[in-house]
Design a protein around this ligand. Structure first.
Ligand SMILES: C[S@@+](CC[C@H](N)C(=O)[O-])C[C@H]1O[C@@H](n2cnc3c(N)ncnc32)[C@H](O)[C@@H]1O
Length: 204
């Protein structure tokens, strides 16, 4: 295993608490302003279509905090089973649910209760009965092995110190031939050890 993928030596529980606290704020007080972009302006920067953004409930879109546009990498097929790993307020999960239709299903996973609540409320507001929002961790997905056609994720894996554990979970839940469409942050330079172990830099 190379340096770039080894798990950072960091207090996992403290990091989860800090990340959840930050994204609880993004869910419940999106107007507060953060060191990263959020909401519709961010979605526009990342190339989301106006028509899609107009379709989403305002309370969903205002808490968007992604780093890419996973659904721009390919359309989902009707009937597919999707996992949105770290769904946040549900922007991609709800758009995915519309693409896979009533015969498909989106399992939206997040560890921040306030974000999951927003995903559920958004699905209800849009009359989407095929969104199943589940509390859980990227490193231990609450999803049956070999049951998923496509896993999407947006801005989440960079927040996980043990990326190998996350990718093992991704592999476990996918069906043979399953796909991933991930938007995230990639650092092209080696990150110094003291920065890797500074919890404030992870949680932002
Ligand atoms: C940057 S936000 C992105 C949310 C959403 N994907 C979007 O595009 O708006 C990161 C989300 O990942 C969740 N998250 C971070 N680490 C996680 C982990 N280890 N397991 C599950 N969810 C996690 C946070 O709770 C937060 O909702």
């Amino acid at each position: 295993m190379t340096n770039q993928v080894s798990a950072a030596n960091i207090d996992r529980e403290r990091l989860r608490e800090q990340v959840a606290s930050k994204y609880t704020d993004v869910a419940s007080a999106p107007e507060k302003g953060f060191h990263f972009h959020t909401g519709r302006p961010l979605a526009k920067m990342l190339g989301y279509e106006d028509a899609d953004l107009d379709w989403l409930p305002k309370s969903t879109l205002e808490s968007f905090a992604g780093t890419g546009n996973p659904l721009s990498m390919g359309r989902l097929n009707p009937g597919e089973v999707v996992v949105d790993l770290g769904c946040g307020a549900g922007v991609d999960a709800l758009l995915a649910a519309r693409q896979v239709g009533p015969k498909g299903r989106v399992i939206a996973v997040d560890m921040t209760a306030a974000m999951l609540a927003k995903t559920r409320i958004g699905a209800l507001a849009l009359g989407l009965g095929n969104v199943d929002a589940r509390f859980g961790y990227a490193e231990a997905l609450p999803v049956e092995s070999g049951s998923v056609d496509i896993l999407i994720s947006n801005g989440v894996i960079n927040l996980c110190p043990d990326k190998v554990a996350v990718m093992q979970e991704v592999r476990r839940v996918l069906k043979p031939g399953g796909r991933i469409q991930v938007g995230d942050i990639v650092v092209h330079k080696e990150v110094p050890q003291d920065a890797r172990e500074d919890i404030d830099l992870w949680a932002g």
